[in-house]
Design a protein around this ligand. Sequence first.
Ligand code: M6R
Length: 364
Amino acid sequence: ERGEYAHYMLKEIHEQAQAVTDTLEGRIAGGRILTQIFGVDAAQLLAKTDAVHIIACGTSYHAGLVARYWIEQLAGVPCTAEIASEYRYRDPVVKEGTLFLTISQSGETADTLAALKLAKQRPYLAQMAICNVPESSIVRESSLVLMTRAGPEIGVASTKAFTTQLVALALFALELARSKGLDAERYADGVRQLEHLPALIGETLKLDGEIQALAAHFVDKQHALFLGRGTHWPVAMEGALKLKEISYIHAEAYAAGELKHGPLALVDENMPVIAVAPNDRLIDKLKSNLEEVRARGGELYAFVDETVAHGLDAAHVVILPAAGEIAAPVVSTLPLQLLSYHVAVLRGTDVDQPRNLAKSVTVE
Ligand code: M6R
């Protein structure tokens, strides 16, 4: 069933426009997100939601970290995103009016499921799940469910599950924000970005050849550093996770503002530094972080839109289509998935079944 594709991962990367289309299907009408997709009493629930606790593992946790920025920026609602294996053992304090939200592709991750069971003993408003498998344990145990419709994901490295999680989380963040009085124009713009996303994904994936050409530079590297700011910090974390899990190159992600607080010491000509950045209010700060990298001889790979690329001193620049605050994290994820894929293929690893890993982590 891989068809023309050499690996499931590559197939799944290229399925993302369709997976996002499917995840949006029947959820937006006339420029409005349909509130009832979050459950019959969703309107009252969102109105009562004063805080959100997001719990997940791995890639799904990275989706939660992106959503945290959206929920605070758009809805003005305090939000935390946390790894399930920590949450479940730390006696979390839950204030009234808090919504619990798990994110899981499989719906069977042991730590996430255990966290959900613990949350059911706490005074949360409700337990919502964003999940890709309808008959899974996490779906069964949750009071509200928003399904991603990525279809089966065979590659252990999560790709289309992540981008559809971002879409589901954007629907949630925008609808929560609307119920908290988000400016109508900003809401409409967010919805438009979602509707336009499949086309933008298609356009971005056309960069495959250009990204494949970069992969050769990474084959002999031992380490790589990923940088981003704002929503693109978790995008960088996801990029680093992809590279390490399938190519076995040690990769770390840092919020670019943290560079001077330690990791800059690692930067020399043997350290590829990968930066993802949209043209947002943090761009000038990020550019000055990147200059620090260049000044230490770091080999810089920038995945940025045209406006950012202008005047950027990087060894390699890949121009991504310009995208707004909702679409940009999805768009910026795609080249990082492709880069990891091509590096792993060149290194001859088992792309779809990396050593030591399982698709569904049902034991803690
Ligand atoms: O099924 P889940 O989303 O709950 O899985 C959580 C993690 O195990 C998973 O996201 C993992 O990090 C990815 N497969 C890595 O690509």
